[in-house]
Each structure stands twice: as C-alpha cells, then as structure tokens.
Ligand binder design. Sequence first.
Ligand SMILES: NC(=O)c1ccc[n+]([C@@H]2O[C@H](COP(=O)([O-])OP(=O)(O)OC[C@H]3O[C@@H](n4cnc5c(N)ncnc54)[C@H](OP(=O)(O)O)[C@@H]3O)[C@@H](O)[C@H]2O)c1
Length: 324
Amino acid sequence: MKNNKIVGIKKMSCNLSCFCVLIVLLQIAKRFLPWLYNNLIGPNFIGPKVDVEKMGKWAVITGATEGIGKAYAKALAKKGLNVILISRSLEKLEKVKSEIAECSQVEVKLIDVDFTSGPEIYTKISTNIQNLEIGVLVNNVGMSYTYPDFFLNIQNEKFLRDIITCNINSVTHMCRLIMPQMIERKRGIVINISSMAAHVPNPLLCLYSGTKAFIDKFSDDLNTEYKGQGIIVQSVMPGYVVSNMTKIKRPTLMAPSADCYVASALRTLGISAHTTGYFPHALMKLAIDAIRALTCDSFLNSYVMKNLFAVRKRALRNAEKKAE
Ligand SMILES: NC(=O)c1ccc[n+]([C@@H]2O[C@H](COP(=O)([O-])OP(=O)(O)OC[C@H]3O[C@@H](n4cnc5c(N)ncnc54)[C@H](OP(=O)(O)O)[C@@H]3O)[C@@H](O)[C@H]2O)c1
C-alpha cells in the first residue's frame, strides 16, 4: 500500500516535470521560430513580401549623400523608383545624382536642407515634393557624438540640441509631411533608421541612443496605428556598418558595407516591422539578449562602459596629438 503511494507520487512528479519541460520548450519555440523566420528564412528564402515599386513612383531618402542613406537611394533607384535625395550639401547631392544616373534611368530630385534647422525646412521640402506620388520614405538622417563621452562633459549646448532636432524632429515631421498622401492611396512604406544602440547598453553615447530608442518606439506604435490603412512602418536597427559616422573603413562580416547592409535590410520589408536588417547583427542582438538573461544587467553595462571608455581615451589622445 505504502509502495503504491510512493510509485503514484513518483509518477505524478515525473508527469509534472515532463509538463514543465514541455512548457519551457513551447516558450523557446514561440520565441525562436519567429526569430528564425524574421531574420533568416523570411528575408533569404521568401521575402521581400512587398514590391516597393508598386507603392508609388517616388522614394524620399533623408541623409542621402553618404553611407546607409546613399545605399538606400541607389538600391531603390535600381528597383525603378524615382528618388528625392535630401542632405545639406548640394555639391554632394549632385555627385550622388550622377552615380545613380550611371546605374539607372530614373528621375532624381535634390533638396538641400539642414535637419538641425527650424521648422521652415519642412516648408521647403513640402514645396519641392508637391504633386509627387511618394511610395517610400526612408528617414535615415542622423548624427552622433564625434567620440563617446560623459553626457555632462559635452559643453556645446547647440550640439546637444542638434542631435535631438536632427534625429527626432526629422523623423516626426517627415512622417507628418508624407504619410497623409500614402494613406489617401492606401499604400506606402516608411523605413525609419534607428540603431541597435537603442536596444543594447550604450553608455557614453546616451543622448544618441536615447534618440534612436525614440525612433524605434515611435515606429512600432505608428506601424500599429496605420497598418490597417495599408502603410508599413519599419524600424531598422543596424549594428556597425561601414560609414563616416562609425569611421569603419573596411567591411567585415560584422560591419558590412552600406550597400551590402541595405540589400539585406530591404529583403526584410513586409516580413519584419522591427529588424536589425542583417543576419549577423540579429545574431549579435540574440547573443546580447542571452547574456542579459543569464547574467545581471550591470555585468553587460560595465563591460560596454569599459570598452567605450577605452575608445574615448584613444580619441582624446589622438586629438591631443593632432593639436601638438
Ligand atoms: N553606420 C552605422 O554603423 C549605423 C549604425 C546604427 C545606426 N545608424 C544610423 O544610420 C543612419 C545613417 O548613418 P550613416 O552611418 O550612414 O551616416 P553617415 O555616413 O554619417 O551619413 C549621414 C548622412 O546624413 C547627412 N546629414 C548629416 N547631418 C545632416 C543634417 N544636419 N542635415 C541634413 N543631412 C545631414 C549627410 O550628408 P551631408 O553631410 O551631405 O549633409 C549624410 O548623407 C543614421 O541615422 C545613424 O544613426 C548607423
């Protein structure tokens, strides 16, 4: 009788253990399978799930003379979209226009504005895009610190204001300018370039990562508000990409060229509304999330702080050498 009771208890605890393991496996599958689809299977074997060229005749790209913005402009032009390039320097804009003319037959319009300026720039942009059917908006323009530093060490108040104005106001106002015509036609794509910095610890660059976190959250909620009206709002969160901003000159697997990065990010359109845009960056984000889950946040924070502090030290030393 006693033995039967013990066997019964053993059986029950075995069943309970199996049930717990099943729940854990289901939870892992629930998270991992969408990750696998969004980052590997969807973009590489299925996507992109939308035709950008069917969204409208024109694409607008902010910060289009260098890096990621220029790569989006060239890639969208290659897909047959006419492009409106927006940056500060008309000379650099003309150069990109000639580059695009070499590889595609599309129309190219140039608008020179400084996104650190006041609201008058949006009147200029609005005048220049009147009556154009815009199907794709790439909010790419962004600026960061010249080197990582403690927030209170930054003496230039205007620089701090400029980062907020350029990174946040540009996205907000460009969406308000262009989304109404997309909604009228019930189709359109808004690609907002955030950064992995919005998601991972980024001390000594806190204002930059704060603005990028704004873009990510704003995009997520904007997407939910308007996806029922045929609009896709995608938040793209790159890790390191070769560019002037990162000062990385040679492409590697973890820091691809802007062209390679954008080709990959475009394949995620319609698949993922919230993406690193590039599989190795997705793996990196997964690894960081795993470290966060397995250790305490302070471990990762102090590791990144130590690294960025070393970058700051090197930058200050180089600046001193240059000044001598
Ligand atoms: N590269 C990366 O590793 C990385 C990683 C994560 C996120 N991002 C984000 O990706 C975006 C592009 O970065 P990137 O590395 O390609 O930058 P980049 O090479 O420095 O290019 C920046 C572009 O923006 C324009 N620009 C800069 N300030 C401007 C202003 N005040 N008004 C108008 N145009 C301005 C520049 O053109 P002009 O100088 O001709 O005006 C240039 O075309 C940024 O939002 C950045 O935060 C980049």
